[in-house]
Design a protein around this ligand. Sequence first.
Ligand SMILES: *[C@@H]1O[C@H](CO)[C@@H](O)[C@H](O)[C@H]1NC(C)=O
Ligand SMILES: *[C@@H]1O[C@H](CO)[C@@H](O)[C@H](O)[C@H]1NC(C)=O
Ligand SMILES: *[C@@H]1O[C@H](CO)[C@@H](O)[C@H](O)[C@H]1NC(C)=O
Ligand SMILES: *[C@@H]1O[C@H](CO)[C@@H](O)[C@H](O)[C@H]1NC(C)=O
Ligand SMILES: *[C@@H]1O[C@H](CO)[C@@H](O)[C@H](O)[C@H]1NC(C)=O
Ligand SMILES: *[C@@H]1O[C@H](CO)[C@@H](O)[C@H](O)[C@H]1NC(C)=O
Length: 674
Amino acid sequence: MQTLFDLTVVLFCVTGYVCDLSISPTRPVSVDALVGSDVTLTVSHSGASQPVVTWFMEGLPIIIWTISDDTSPDVASDHSSVLHVDRSGSLTFRNVSLSYNGTYTVEMTKIGEIRVSATFDLFVYDFIKNVSLHTDPLEAIEGAPVLTFYYSTMQGDAREVWWSFNGVRLDNGPHYSISGKNLTINQPSRNDTGRYAVVLTNPFSSGTHYRNITVLYGPDMPVLMVSPTKAVFVSGDSLFLSCVAEGLPPPSATWIFSNRSIPASSGGTVNLTDVTTSQSGVYTCVLINQKTGAQMKRNITVHVYEIPSGEPLCSVQATNENLGLQFLCVWPGGVPEARLSFPGLSVNDSGEGNFSITPNDTPNLNGEEIICIADHPLIQTQCRIIPRGPVDFLPVISTNISQDEQTTVVVHCNTEASPEAVVHWFKDGHGLEDGRKYQISTNTSQLFIRDFNVSSTDLDIYTCTAINPLGSKTSNVTLLGPKISDSSIVLSDNRTDVTLKWDVPPTSIITGFDIQMKGPDLTGSSRSVFRTIQMMPGFTRTTNISGLEPKSSYFFRIIPQAGGTTGEQSEEHRVQPDAGLGSAVIAGISAPFSIILLLIVLAFIYYGKCDRNPRYPISRAEEKVICQSSVNEPHHCPPPEYRLQPVPSLDSKPYQCGSFLLADFFLCFFLCSA
Ligand SMILES: *[C@@H]1O[C@H](CO)[C@@H](O)[C@H](O)[C@H]1NC(C)=O
Ligand SMILES: *[C@@H]1O[C@H](CO)[C@@H](O)[C@H](O)[C@H]1NC(C)=O
Ligand SMILES: *[C@@H]1O[C@H](CO)[C@@H](O)[C@H](O)[C@H]1NC(C)=O
Ligand SMILES: *[C@@H]1O[C@H](CO)[C@@H](O)[C@H](O)[C@H]1NC(C)=O
Ligand SMILES: *[C@@H]1O[C@H](CO)[C@@H](O)[C@H](O)[C@H]1NC(C)=O
Ligand SMILES: *[C@@H]1O[C@H](CO)[C@@H](O)[C@H](O)[C@H]1NC(C)=O
């Protein structure tokens, strides 16, 4: 076709038309060529024969030829094997190489004619081989500013490049920038994990490369948990802590408590068994992405509480010279400490563990129940106290004798009062001070009167005044000498024992009692005399006397003693022989019976062969007398028996007779049993 067109142009000119030099193509032409092939940049011209053809490569002349049969083209020496030009002016490349890529221009001129030119773009391509894809940085990490892919080929360039992600073609945009051989991902995230591909094409071949990219991330914000889910644990509870966070690779968790790491399972859990309050506090979970080194820390607070031991204790004490009151509420220990308050006294004040408050209007509180509220996160409890002024009281007297026979009288003025009352002591209207003669106990409720002498002014009126901020009470006590206020006697059914009972005035000073008895005796001298048979300490009010002869009469009396001073004796109590009348007869002194008794004793002396063992309790001295005064017959003196003497029986030979005559025996038996 081209040839036909050329021919037409030539014919026109030869037939006499005026022809101008022209060239075709008139627009730039692109030509693709495979490396090593032959390629021709084809031109044609008309209007003038034998023009001068010049080819330029990137502006530099590489071939000049005045088209004719007898000259050959002038080719730049280093291209002579590749470049060939023919009569049409077309340029042929033989075994073209990549270095011939470029823009070529052909110019034709003829003397007298204008210069014409045409332009070609020659693209020389190779087969695309071994495409590879790289990233920068090597590891894709979430949070990095960019992730850049770049491809390379071992051979062949691409005319077109496509990037795709999970099969979807990528375009330039805010997230992706594509330029040159690069694909840049701005602010890559875990969502950018996937399969990337680059597809390269040129007119002769194409190449694709895939790359799986994993974007590392995390640790994310962890989820911290305490199980069981409780706001507060109690000492002894068991619990476990867990710490879980997303990440790639999954992060490892460690726990820190008070600057020390505590062993955790691989899953990041920690078991705390039998916790104590020292394990209360902030636990920090540290998560590390072992690949990226990224760290995340988070705190969780575990509260381990403990109830204070025991119960809260309420008390009240006097302050300000016994004028003011201070209420105390104490409940120490525990974690946290209990909050203590007296809402009845002050709504706003409170304290921990040990709280006290001093109210202003003290007198109004007499008898009011004051409650302390003890508030601990695990328990609410309370204690109460009722402040009271001293109540009426009776002084109590006690008497002590020291080793050196000194008598100390103690006056006790104990009154119930809250706070405890302070006692002031007076004697005969004069205040008493703590000293040698008078000693006041630490809590002031006792007055010790030393070296008490019943015969002196120690016997007096003593006054004690118990005072606390809520009031006062006064009591007088008049100390009396040794006295028996009342006494009685009871004879046992078998008439061998008596029980003496007596009483003394409450303020009488007594250090002991002498129990005296008068009873039948074989000796004339002693039978009508009271003998001391027992000495009882001052606190006793009763005694037993045993071993009495049922057929005899006895007299008993009690002599109170105070130190060396003997007090007034009690009334005398008589035990009368049983005249077949039944039970014991107790009476005062009875003269007729005494006479009968005397006669019986005389009969004993007459029938002196009979030596009775004394059966009644007697003092050692008295006993001696009885034994010595008996007739010169062998006899046995009994061991001294002052109390609880067993009743002698016939088997134990209660008596011994000097003669073995039967008549004497019967007489003796009769008289001894009388
Ligand atoms: C290039 O790819 C071919 C096949 O695709 C392979 O045989 C050759 O080893 C690759 N060369 C390199 C350097 O990777
Ligand atoms: C890349 O990921 C695809 C699926 O996304 C999978 O089929 C393929 O095996 C992966 N290739 C490599 C080398 O891991
Ligand atoms: C923690 O205790 C749970 C059960 O209470 C148990 O399953 C787990 O194995 C324990 N973990 C450790 C690290 O002792
Ligand atoms: C965690 O607790 C520690 C120690 O109490 C403290 O220094 C740190 O600031 C806390 N961290 C956070 C994130 O609260
Ligand atoms: C004072 O102390 C004595 C013992 O020293 C005690 O017996 C008495 O009860 C106390 N008085 C008061 C009011 O507490
Ligand atoms: C007891 O007091 C009286 C009278 O004051 C005195 O005569 C007597 O000696 C005193 N007794 C003692 C043991 O001090």
